[in-house]
Ligand binder design. Structure first.
Ligand SMILES: NC(=O)c1ccc[n+]([C@@H]2O[C@H](COP(=O)([O-])OP(=O)(O)OC[C@H]3O[C@@H](n4cnc5c(N)ncnc54)[C@H](OP(=O)(O)O)[C@@H]3O)[C@@H](O)[C@H]2O)c1
Length: 299
């Protein structure tokens, strides 16, 4: 199998390089790759890349993920999050390739307190959420065989992340204030990449042996839920248990309004993973398990 991986240097892309390797030959691209065009700000040029690689599977981990910046550059966000995935989907539909794409809890308005399933009404609050939703719609409209994984609060051991920021601040200050009215599930890029490999294998082998098509959107997050305050408290407590000396004495819970940002964030990011678990027979581990592992790597 030949796999074209876009956005290979991002949190999820990096883990996908590892997780997809046993499935076939992976051609990985970044936005500045020189031999083949991988820049999503010029979406139409991606068709030539697909034609050159002739992949059986396209995995798109590239996205405009700077949520606040997207508010002031909506056209660039739209090119990267919607038009480019649309071009990839059109190519996949023409060649019969499968397309894997990632989307977000930001396609929802975040009202209420229950977990949303894949059928729930969308209502993005930000340019990022709106353009990610448009990307989903273009993929569905193309008719290509696809898996769209909607996820939330993604972290990785590599590069900057929320836990690292909290640990730095906790070493410098006695008092921290952290948002406690946004609820979601921190989800590891490694978990997403492993889910992707498992899901692709099942979906592609099922399609080859029958008319059953597992194409569709799936919510893919770690199990359980917490607030950013709960997440920060967990990280700091575990770091202390592992011997890290921290100055912080108090972690004050505050509402989202205490930290105004250009983009509005959903308060309720709970996603039901029932469909993914049922269709693919996979289990989503508790969020603490992945965060604990990541801490072991970064501490
Ligand atoms: N991070 C989250 O909390 C979160 C939550 C829900 C859903 N998601 C979704 O999960 C997927 C993976 O996110 P992530 O956390 O891995 O994001 P990330 O670490 O920000 O990676 C994004 C990737 O996109 C690439 N990219 C940006 N502009 C590009 C362009 N013009 N052309 C080509 N590539 C470009 C980046 O490459 P360069 O750095 O080289 O530009 C980077 O490799 C995305 O679809 C995202 O929307 C993420």
């Amino acid at each position: 199998m030949k796999i074209l991986l876009l956005g290979q240097g991002g949190q999820v892309g990096w883990e996908l390089q590892r997780a997809l390797a046993p499935l076939g030959e992976v051609v990985g691209l970044d936005h500045d790759s020189t031999e083949l065009h991988g820049d999503f700000s010029r979406p139409e040029a991606l068709a030539a890349t697909v034609a050159a690689v002739k992949p059986d599977l396209i995995v798109n981990a590239a996205a405009h993920t700077a949520v606040d910046k997207a508010e002031s550059e909506p056209e660039l966000a739209r090119a990267i999050n919607a038009t480019a995935p649309g071009v990839l989907a059109r190519c996949a539909a023409e060649t019969g390739a499968w397309l894997v794409h990632y989307s977000t809890d930001y396609v929802f308005d975040g009202s209420g307190e229950t977990a949303r399933d894949e059928q729930a009404a969308t209502g993005p609050l930000s340019v990022y959420g709106q353009t990610k939703l448009e990307g989903e719609e273009l993929i569905r409209a193309s008719g290509c065989r696809h898996l769209i994984l909607r996820t939330s609060w993604v972290y990785a051991a590599r590069g900057g992340n929320f836990a690292r920021t909290m640990l730095r601040l906790a070493a410098e200050r006695e008092r921290l204030t952290v948002i406690d009215d946004q609820i979601g599930a921190p989800t590891g890029a490694d978990l997403l990449a492993d889910l992707t490999a498992q899901m692709v294998r099942t979906a592609m082998s099922t399609a080859a042996g029958s008319d059953l098509d597992l194409s569709g959107v799936y919510h893919a997050v770690a199990s359980g839920e917490t607030s950013w305050h709960g997440y920060a408290s967990f990280v700091i407590e575990r770091a202390r248990q592992k011997g890290r000396e921290l100055k912080v004495q108090t972690i004050d819970p505050v509402p989202t309004s205490a930290f105004p940002t250009p983009a509005q964030r959903p308060h309720n990011s709970r996603l039901s993973t029932h469909k993914l678990q049922q269709v693919f027979g996979l289990r989503l581990p508790p969020w603490q398990q992945g965060v604990e592992r990541m801490l072991t790597e970064i501490l």
